[in-house]
Design a protein around this ligand. Structure first.
Ligand code: NAP
Length: 216
């Protein structure tokens, strides 16, 4: 039995938790204010879900999804995530996160920052370029014509395979955008960002993406 741990249980975390329950996973949700504040979500999710601290969710999860404002990734527990697949949904919004010079200079990417914080984990960037609400409305069965596709990026092939299977179960084709360093190709303000695309369209959008500095 696979447990999905969630660090962050807001718009995206709640939706990923719903999809995980629907797909037969056990779920442990966490946020910054503590498990007692998640009783409504846990009640909705049912008996296979529980709320815990971020530390406990990190420890309990076989796969852990980090889905919090980027400015807070420094608080993500490191040791309990060692060796695990960690899915990163985060985007950089300077108005929310403050200015992060390496991202402004495009010398790194958001998911590389999380990977740097979690050196022994296998970070895969996913679920960051779809509106939260669409996670539970836009999925469809494998093989559905024009099935919606979502991009993944990561430095570990086995972890990307885990993410691909997770996405497939959740109703989406996964398109491999390459290593974490290529994750900028589906960040905000790119052609793939929050647009419904099938796998072929998404591949084209990823190829067309331009760095902010390049785009002017
Ligand atoms: N909303 C979207 O449609 C969407 C789409 C794609 C990607 N994203 C990205 O995904 C991430 C999450 O977005 P969201 O819309 O789900 O955000 P959100 O609704 O604001 O939820 C954020 C969640 O993170 C928790 N959190 C904050 N700091 C934390 C910490 N240090 N440790 C543990 N939990 C913490 C919050 O808990 P408390 O409430 O207790 O503080 C809350 O549960 C962001 O980076 C966002 O840019 C969002």
């Amino acid at each position: 039995m696979t447990t999905i741990g969630l660090i962050g249980a807001g718009h995206i975390g709640g939706q990923v938790a719903r999809l995980a329950i629907k797909n037969g996973y056990d779920v442990v949700v966490s946020n910054s204010r503590g498990p007692a504040t998640l009783s409504g979500l846990v009640e909705e999710l049912g008996p296979r879900a529980r709320a815990a601290t971020a530390q406990e969710a990190a420890r309990a999860g076989d796969i852990v999804v980090v889905t919090i404002p980027l400015k807070n990734i420094g608080s993500v527990p490191v040791e309990p995530l060692a060796g695990k697949v960690v899915i990163d949904t985060n985007n950089y919004y300077p108005e929310r996160d403050g200015r992060i010079p390496e991202l402004d200079a495009e010398s790194t990417t958001t998911a590389e920052l999380l990977q740097k914080h979690l050196p022994s984990s296998k970070v895969v960037k996913a679920f960051n370029h779809i509106y939260a609400a669409q996670l539970t409305t836009d999925g469809s069965a494998p093989g559905t014509p024009s099935r919606r596709a979502l991009a993944i990026a990561g430095d570990d092939a086995a972890a990307k395979q885990v993410a691909t299977e997770l996405l497939d179960g959740f109703g989406f084709d996964a398109v491999d955008a390459g290593p974490l360093a290529e994750g900028w190709r589906y960040q905000p303000d790119t052609p793939a960002y929050n647009v419904r695309q099938d796998a072929e369209e998404l591949r084209a959008a990823l190829a067309q993406a331009k760095r902010r500095t390049e785009a002017g």
